[in-house]
Design a protein around this ligand. Sequence first.
Ligand code: GAL
Length: 653
Amino acid sequence: MTTPALGVCYYPEHWPEDWWDRDAARMAEVGIKFVRIGEFAWSRLEPTPGNLQFDWIIRAMDVLGRHGLKIVFGTPTATPPRWMIDKHPDMLAVDAQGRKKGFGSRRHYDFSHLGYREECARITRLLADAVGDHPALGAWQTDNEYGCHGTTYSYSPAAKQGFQRWLAEKYGTADALNQAWGNVFWSMEYNRFDQVELPNLLVCEPAPAHDLDFRRYASDQVAAFNKVQFDILKTKRPDLPVIHNFMGRYTEFDHYDVAETLDVASWDAYPIGHLAVSDEPDDVKRQYMRQGEPDYQAFHHDLYRAVGHGRWWIMEQQPGPVNWGNFNPDPLPGMARLWAWEAFAHGAEVVSYFRWRQAPFAQEQMHAGLLRPDSEPAPAYHEAMRVAEELTAVGIAGKAAKGRVALVYDYESEWAWDVQPQAKGFTHGAHVRALYAAFRKHGVDIDIVSPSTTSFAGYDIVAIPALFAWNDALRTAITEFEGHLLIGPRSGSKTENFSIPNKLAPDLPTNLLDLKVLRIDSADPSVEVEVKGGGGAVRHWRERIETKANVVMEDVEGWPVLVNQGKLYYLGASGTKALIQRVADYLIAEADLPTLALPAGVRCRTRDGFRVYVNYNAGAATLTPAKDEAGYVLGSSEMPAAGVTVARLATVG
Ligand code: GAL
């Protein structure tokens, strides 16, 4: 499917049945095409064990279907009912301090608990049989937000047994495990797999390879959990897409792996809530408190396009104030429209608002919907309606254009630098996002790519910052790449088993890059060392390198910062935004990449022969028409606050 559409999340079990028809009629009036239901309804679908009550939800599907709406059916496995805990008391997850989590909210299950996994298979099978042939069914959603509320890791007996089995399969013998983890250090050697502990409640830190393997294990459990449901749903309806709704800035499991058993990736976009709980500086938080940070959404759109192998949705789009920040600002008028347009520009197939009507009860009663609790339209209702009309008028279809710049994003690297920061706050994601923002300032289309990518053909620039360890695919891809390649800092500084490589970082053949990282100088982020000639400063992380490569930038203390050997550039430091911008600008100039002169706070992306501009400012901005554009089909060069302008490209379509 390539024509974008709107959706909404709806909970028929929250409202009297005689409201459903009017609700569905109004959804259709707004121009909504997809309605997600079901994902928290287990206590109504099976109030007591084996007592299946599916009639009501089938009636809800009938009503929605009568109004031409397509249903996304969510499996209810994120909210096991109370009786399930009586049946499986040991299915509750245990936190790192050894405390069992309780019933009374949601996501109270342990991914390692095979009994619960079987219960999930059972309810999924029953639901697939009951609703799988319903004519209004358009897609499935598995569970809800894997890992939300810190639920990927559990330190339960089930997790310990599962981890031991996983290790036995991976290493075969205890000796091999001892060797891989470096257990001779501090006499940590094991004789048997059943002696291996989880990496919590130790006297001090575990071996980094122990910690990393536990994270790999936990990630595999999420993927295995998803696969069980995927297989059942696909067996029932091979033609319907299976989707999961991932989250923003969430890294505890490998999303690429989980998406191996999905047809479409989706994520839940809460721009204002995410900015409020982020580590952005206070001035950025204030400037964008009603809009969200201008690159945050786009980064995730591009990430989930990669995770979904090109197919992705927004399953939940913030419509107004949320309830889960310390403070929950009201969006600037127009933002619920802007966010949807921006997602479509990045290739979203569907943008689905969360939720239809604000619930007057329970945990999320302060969370806005498209309707107020009194059923009158909230501002986003009208904005969604406008988006639906505009989508038809503009006729955008097709796919997001292939980017000119690719950034490798890797979950394992996120875990590795969390296991062993060396500089507090040094993360893979922060490096990727800083580069992402620096390239995007110039209106350059960017793709995020996975570390198992085998070819970078077609890209002008590829960046691989803070990569934990090389794999064979990536080594081949960089060896064959003919464009400009930016590597580092810290990339290739470990082996898969979390040791320093024999050749030292970045562990590349000398014909590609003759360079060794000899040691690391890390400092509190308030310490900045200026980079000579052109601004920017090294901050947080600095590598003492030995190289025959050409020095492009060095700091005032004479440490090389950016070096190159042919088209391969190595960055030996992290830095201020100004430094990262300078590095991106340098690469863009060297690669002779076309750029756009965007006003501050304005961003853009191309899809299907259209360029979509979004204005994240609280004030107006003026666009300079680009040479490859053949006029505007929505909006104009004068963009109001939260404005959207769509240009048709002259060269395509
Ligand atoms: C999401 C979740 C929804 C709802 C929403 C509120 O994380 O999937 O169920 O809780 O947040 O913003």
